[in-house]
Design a protein around this ligand. Structure first.
Ligand code: GDP
Length: 326
């Protein structure tokens, strides 16, 4: 059953972890009630194509086209292109399925004829009947670079080609200081005549690789704070470990305790509330922040919807004291 309130909910997302909660939110909110602001700093040019892994994961997930086995890419995928490329001695370290390839080819064409990434993404979302607005954080190039013990690597070289093996020393976001928050993102956060957003939710994405690039855009933090909605982060760590991916590994390499407390502190000054997993309930007393403790593991669609509802209830509870005069 969908939640009938009209004020929009804004989610900040990377790829797989973020898209899981975005799907839950999309299912429980009315059509058009969700806007997802997506990291684009993982984007890269490969085989002459522009590839936007986080946007594609969010689009595929919200459109019901995501590959349930791999966790990335499209369902019902075939790999003829990759096999043919391999037979030619081409680069096959970044796997592109046949159906997935169409998205990258068409996006590259549209960018070449002058369309923005925002416009192309909106067009795909419309064609695939996605019930949410999916917004790239910026139309300008921001590119994550990973400083490792073995030197500096482009993000996908580190993440996919090297499978996050080289110990990470620092993360840089090239282009971020010059990049502009996409105008549609600014509009979503500065709604003008309409009511402020109901909630801003930082999905359980990797804070250092997926959320920080969004927050690194000039003016983004100020826009989020000024939007007039409670800002809530959902833990991407359960019991000191990531559900998937290198979040805990890179925290250890950065000398940070891999704990949800570290993540909550990382977002200090930005968030009004934090959603902690029930397996970490013993940490609740150590956080000087409004908390909701619940099961944050999203295995099924029901889990995603239940967590989405709980996060929205939490946001509404946090919003109430702000909106009523003292
Ligand atoms: P990526 O861009 O594909 O690496 O994905 P994200 O950055 O969006 O998400 C990675 C993070 O999602 C990791 O820290 C995971 O622990 C977290 N994550 C994945 N699934 C879940 C889940 O079901 N619950 C919670 N709480 N976190 C999750």
């Amino acid at each position: 059953m969908s939640d009938s309130r009209t004020a929009s909910v804004i989610a900040l997302s990377g790829g797989i972890g973020g898209a899981k909660l975005a799907l839950g939110l999309c299912k429980v909110l009315p059509p058009g009630g969700l806007t997802v602001i997506v990291n684009t700093a993982d984007d890269f040019d490969h085989l002459g194509l522009r590839i936007c892994p986080d946007i594609d994961t969010v689009l595929y997930t919200l459109a019901g086209l995501a590959n349930p086995t791999l966790g990335w890419g499209r369902r019902d995928e075939t790999w003829s292109f990759m096999q043919a490329l391999e037979s030619l001695g081409g680069e096959t370290w970044f796997r592109l399925g046949d159906r997935d390839l169409a998205l990258h080819v068409e996006r590259t064409r549209r960018l070449h004829v002058g369309d923005s990434l925002t416009a192309f993404t909106a067009d795909v979302a419309r064609r695939w009947r996605v019930r949410a607005q999916v917004l790239p954080m910026s139309d300008d190039p921001v590119r994550t670079r990973i400083v490792t013990a073995e030197g500096e690597l482009a993000f996908q070289d580190y993440f996919v080609r090297r499978r996050c093996a080289p110990p990470l020393r620092a993360v840089k976001f090239h282009g971020a200081p010059e990049a502009r928050v996409a105008p549609q993102v600014q509009d979503a956060l500065r709604p003008g005549q309409t009511s402020p957003p109901r909630a801003i939710i930082i999905c359980p994405s990797n804070p250092y690789l997926s959320v920080d690039p969004i927050l690194a855009l000039p003016g983004m933090r100020a826009l989020l704070r000024a939007a007039g909605a409670p800002v809530i982060a959902v833990t991407p760590l359960i019991g000191g470990e990531a559900v998937k991916g290198p979040t805990a590994k890179i925290m250890r390499e950065l000398g940070l305790p891999p704990s949800p407390l570290t993540i909550a502190n990382h977002y200090a000054g930005l968030i009004d509330g934090f959603v902690l997993d029930e397996r970490d309930a013993d940490l609740a007393g150590s956080l000087d922040l409004s908390l909701r403790v619940t099961n944050t593991l999203m295995s099924s669609l029901e889990d995603r919807e239940r967590l989405a509802r709980e996060v929205l209830q939490f946001a509404d509870a946090l919003a109430r004291p702000r909106r009523s005069p003292a």
